[in-house]
Design a protein around this ligand. Sequence first.
Ligand SMILES: [Zn+2]
Length: 140
Amino acid sequence: MHIVCPRCLDINRISHSQLSQRPKCSACHQAMFTGHPFKLSSRNFDLILAHTDIPIAVMFWKIDCPTCKTMETAYQQAASHLEPWVRVTRVNMNQERAIPGLYKVDDAPTLLVFKNEQEVGRVSGLLTTNEIMRWVSQYV
Ligand SMILES: [Zn+2]
């Protein structure tokens, strides 16, 4: 399967068995999974969507949103459990207008899951760590 390095954006080929063994990028030698949500932007979004052969979770958030701050802590905790089975990412809606526009995301926080470049799930509003893990895991 293909996974994009979150640091240098090199497209790595990884086997299923390597996935659980803390794989490192063949180009920059950094960890392919950090357990922290990776920041998506219009510069890396298309590449990551096209070359990530595991589900991608995306949390859309806004700076002036107290619910997003609460959920961010839960999302961070969920990320450390969901990776490497899911690529855990987030989009800052104040900085990135194109991605929310493309998927018609208005409310924050909103969680989307992509598989094979397609949106397969969406939920809005505050979720706990366990709720995030349960909801995202159904797409693995
Ligand atoms: Zn790399």
